[in-house]
Design a binder for this molecule. Structure first.
Ligand code: TRP
Length: 335
């Protein structure tokens, strides 16, 4: 194994098709590579910047973990764990905070977006901003450097956070020497994987426009039928590029398959039929994983056990990294 790939999944919503196509499927493919050791974790402490309900956090943590397991994550191969089970990360987070200019946090997207919304609403710029949200990228940097990660597969929205982590590493190594921390690199997921939601905006829990991965078959069909379409008559030719049904469907297909589907749209396909085809394609893809998912959710102790085993392995590595850092900095020194 030559490289460590690490990514975190924030348990803030029931996993949907956009998560599957954009993150889970490519994440599982990466984990299969023989030159990669994957560390994938549930970022439950990051979710604490917004979630205020115990049952919700527990449920979402298990839903997200069960989804990855159901789609085929092999917990013997991937180090799969809960962030909160690795306390070393939080100690490291303080070290990184001391190396992070405050200005970096002022410029971080998630925080800046809140400030801009507040300003537009004419309220205090920091209204509703807690320090967890403000320093979110520092904990994320700790997640990354805490296992000496080389590669960080992320979507476009997280690239800035990885850049901040890199910056903190460079400053740390400048002060204490090369090799104090490992310099990570973002691995940006392709634009093709951005899946639109039922209404055409990016598929996202916050817009309420998602197709959840594991709805029961009947409900899944109803959800697909809700996708926005225009009012062209059934036999009229349809432009695939402007059709939401097509854009969602083609995200699941290879190039040639997508071309074939596009041809059917251009010949004229009724929206009802186009949606039925999409529904069938999704159903085929999720049927077996859904059975595994339901089995896991019925036995949450199995999910918890898989995560606990992963945490042991992640901790072992994080302990080594933290030990090295503390020695280097002269904190709790042993010699
Ligand atoms: N911030 C990421 C997101 O919202 C989740 C995350 C937490 C993460 N820690 C990470 C991603 C470390 C990559 C590496 O999607």
């Amino acid at each position: 194994v030559s490289r460590i790939a690490l990514t975190g999944i924030k348990p803030t919503g029931t996993p949907h098709l956009g998560n599957y196509l954009g993150a889970i499927e490519p994440g599982l493919a990466l984990a299969e590579r023989s030159d990669v050791q994957a560390y994938y974790f549930i970022a439950d402490y990051h979710a604490l910047t917004t979630i205020r309900d115990r049952e919700e956090l527990v449920r979402l943590t298990r839903e997200v973990a069960a989804t990855w397991l159901a789609f085929g994550l092999d917990p013997d191969r991937v180090v799969f764990y809960r962030q909160s089970d690795v306390p070393e990360l939080f100690e490291l987070s303080w070290v990184l905070a001391c190396m992070c200019p405050k200005g970096f946090m002022n410029k971080a997207h998630a925080y800046k977006a809140c400030v801009q919304e507040n300003e537009a609403a004419g309220v205090d710029p920091d209204a509703g901003v807690n320090m967890g949200l403000y320093t979110y990228p520092i904990l994320m940097a700790a997640d990354i450097v805490g296992v000496d990660a080389d590669l960080v597969p992320v979507g476009q929205d997280q690239v800035q956070h990885v850049e901040i982590a890199r910056d903190i590493v460079l400053r740390t190594n400048h002060a204490w020497g090369e090799g104090t921390l490992k310099l990570p690199e973002a691995m940006i997921r392709g634009e093709a994987a951005v899946v639109p939601g039922l209404d055409g905006r990016k598929m996202s829990k916050s817009y309420g426009n998602t197709i959840p991965c594991f709805e029961p078959t009947k409900r899944l069909r109803k959800t697909v039928m809700r996708i926005t379409t225009d009012s062209l008559p059934p036999e009229a030719p349809k432009d695939p590029e402007t059709s939401l049904v097509y854009r969602i469907h083609s995200a699941m297909l290879s190039r040639p398959q997508a071309e074939e589907l596009a041809a059917r749209y251009r010949e004229g396909i009724a929206w009802g039929e186009a949606k039925q085809l999409l529904f069938e394609a999704i159903e085929e893809r999720v049927a077996e994983p859904r059975a595994r998912y339901e089995e896991l959710m019925a036995h949450p102790e199995r999910i918890d056990a898989a995560l606990a085993a992963g945490a042991e392995r992640a901790r072992e590595r994080a302990r080594a990294v933290l030990g090295r850092v503390r020695e280097t900095l002269g904190i709790a020194y042993s010699r």
